[in-house]
Ligand binder design. Structure first.
Ligand code: 5GP
Ligand code: ZN
Length: 135
């Protein structure tokens, strides 16, 4: 089955396009978490952050910064979240990399998906070392 986001880039299925350049495509999410929720995707197919070159990630962020400014100018939100999901365990449902831009308003219904509570400082340091080792 063809990737739904590749089909959007190819114009085979409709989407409310906001922006495109040679590398990326930005369009409105069909099930917005808040009004103005949009997605930025690479035009090339990458499953998620684990198989995407860092250069493509840079192209995504190069588009995200001015698009966030445009959302703010157009919709006057109180804030904005960047959100990005990888694999089912990380909430991913469409397996073509995408960055969510979600405008936020004071009192809106969105909630942080984790409960902040202080971690074990020693364990945090050990985990940091584990990641550094494989960089
Ligand atoms: P994920 O859950 O993978 O982080 O995000 C997938 C997003 O794609 C969801 O927010 C969902 O609403 C959106 N989406 C899924 N199918 C379509 C579609 O056909 N068109 C558009 N515009 N958005 C879609
Ligand atoms: Zn795709």
């Amino acid at each position: 089955m063809e990737c739904i986001f590749c089909a959007i880039v190819a114009g085979k299925i409709p989407a409310a396009k906001v922006y495109e350049n040679d590398h990326v495509f930005a369009f409105m999410d069909i099930a917005p978490a808040n009004p103005g929720h949009l997605l930025i995707i690479p035009k090339e197919h990458y499953r998620n952050i684990f198989d995407m070159p860092a250069e493509v990630g840079s192209k995504i962020m190069e588009a995200a910064v001015p698009l966030a400014a445009s959302i703010r100018e157009a919709l006057n939100p109180d804030g904005l979240n960047l959100f990005q999901s990888n694999e089912a365990a990380g909430f991913q449902t469409v397996f073509h990399f995408h960055l969510h831009l979600i405008p936020r308003w004071d009192g809106d219904p969105l909630r942080l998906p984790w409960k902040p509570s202080e971690g074990d400082i020693e364990e945090i340091g050990q985990i940091a070392a584990k990641i550094r080792e494989v960089l």
